[in-house]
Design a protein around this ligand. Structure first.
Ligand code: ZN
Ligand code: ZN
Length: 454
């Protein structure tokens, strides 16, 4: 039986994987993974472990200054030939979109045998897409502990000005030098903390989903994620001062998030309703051609909004009549016009998803409702075990100086309420908002949310 909690990160990513007590094989095969202080000089070791002789190094202006220049110097000192491409920034921030991917490919030397990204979220995502397109492995030298996607095979991209997740290629090598990460812009350190705090809600929703709709759940993966999260919360006070121990805890927690998702083959261990606040806000911003904040900053705010909801959810006494009355009033016509109002040009996709998944089907609804009511004590117990006190997490985040409410990042109250209402329909995933919908409480909680943020 694997005890993931007592393994080192490199032990977790062995190629043969693990047979777990949940009955599944868990695997996150990496040739190289290391997180630590002053380890950038190990770069030639990573390339050797990957069998690479001629890497194609990709940065943007900021990450070139943060680590790219040093990467090239280390490669030169080790006599490793390489090509460097610095992606020009079209706006104030590098976009994960067609132009950027195309510009990298136009400069790519087909003789190169590795895509070596130097950066964090966006550079890493672009590199995954490019590596997949040109049929090469990819590796990343991280410059910020800002999101948990280092080890994942999905890229969060913009296609035709719509946000999409592309499932293409996970990196084969990850090198995170804590001394470099600690120098990242403070907003990126905050973002990493925000993406970790999300895990409280993710784990709670995963267990509730397991109970209500029999979704697959693995206790060992959840324990691994909890352990990584606890270490981050215990160290978080050091983040504002860029304490290397705090930065390392966040970086390791985020890498564990990626490993946990790879093990589970779903995003359950790491993402829940708080992520859907972020996805919905990004969708709205793209629809209007407006910029949006860092993923982890939005997710941190979404986490606080969700943790706040749980203060009231703990007091719910499920009422089947109230639930049925709500569904009766939510006719298919009313539901569709709500979807069109919230989702704009993404609406047809959402309507097609419902046509396929039929989550609004009254018979399925009754089934879920009876499971919820029959198991309400167990659901309350899960909430008690997984969801920390709102004030505790608010204080942890507040002490770092990070944004705490949607208005701090220029998001209107309407957009936040619509994000909550639309989250249930954005994907067929059983989340806090789904539970509330099943209980007929969506409008009530949308009202509470509006009161809370205004
Ligand atoms: Zn398992
Ligand atoms: Zn995330």
């Amino acid at each position: 039986m694997p005890d993931f909690r007592n393994m080192t990160l490199p032990e977790m990513v062995r190629h043969e994987g693990f047979t777990c007590t949940c009955g599944r094989e868990h695997i996150c095969p990496l040739d190289y993974l290391n997180v630590g202080r002053g380890i950038l000089h190990e770069l030639p070791d990573m390339l050797k472990a990957m069998g690479t002789k001629y890497p194609f190094v990709i940065c943007d202006d900021n990450t070139y200054a943060a680590a790219g220049k040093l990467v090239c110097e280390i490669l030169e000192a080790a006599s490793i030939p390489h090509q460097l491409y610095i992606i020009p920034c079209q706006t104030d921030r590098l976009k994960p979109a067609e132009w950027e991917v195309g510009s990298v490919i136009m400069h790519y030397d087909p003789a190169c045998d590795l895509i070596l990204g130097v950066g964090s979220g966006v550079v890493n995502d672009i590199c995954k897409v490019v590596a997949h397109a040109v049929g090469r492995k990819n590796a990343i030298v991280g410059t910020a502990p800002s999101m948990d996607g280092y080890a994942s095979n999905s890229s969060s991209m913009e296609m035709n000005h719509v946000k999409v997740s592309l499932y293409n290629q996970a990196p084969s090598g990850i090198l995170l030098d804590v001394d470099i990460l600690a120098q990242a812009p403070m907003r990126m350190l905050w973002a990493g903390l925000g993406d970790m705090i999300a895990k409280y809600i993710a784990l709670c929703e995963w267990r509730i989903s397991h109970l209500v709709i029999d979704e697959y759940y693995c206790q060992d993966i959840a324990d691994l994620m909890r352990e990584g999260l606890n270490r981050v919360i215990n160290a978080a006070d050091g983040l504002a001062a860029r304490d290397p121990q705090a930065v390392q805890a966040v970086a390791e927690g985020l890498v564990i998030g990626g490993i946990a998702m790879a093990y589970a083959k779903i995003s359950r261990p790491a993402s829940g309703l708080e992520h859907y606040f972020s996805h919905m806000w990004e969708m709205m911003a793209l629809e209007r051609g407006e910029p949006y904040d860092l993923h982890g900053i939005q997710v941190g705010i979404g986490s606080l909004l969700t943790l706040n909801m749980y203060r009231d959810i703990r007091k719910i006494v499920p009422d089947a009549d109230k639930a049925r009355d709500y569904w009766r009033r939510m006719t298919p016509e009313r539901w569709e016009s709500q979807i069109r109002a919230i989702f704009g040009k993404t609406a047809p996709e959402i309507l097609a998803l419902e046509a396929k998944e039929q989550k609004n089907d009254p018979a399925k609804h009754e089934e879920r409702l009876s499971r919820i009511i029959g198991n309400w004590d167990r659901i309350l117990k899960i909430i008690d075990e997984e969801i920390p006190a709102y004030d505790q997490i608010y204080q942890v985040m507040s002490r770092t100086g990070m944004p705490l409410i949607p208005r701090d990042i220029g998001i209107s109250d309407d957009d936040t309420v619509n994000a909550f209402i639309g989250a249930r329909d954005a994907r067929n995933k059983y989340m806090t908002c789904t539970l509330l919908w099943d209980l007929g409480l969506t409008e009530e909680y949308a009202g509470k949310l509006r009161e809370f943020i205004s």
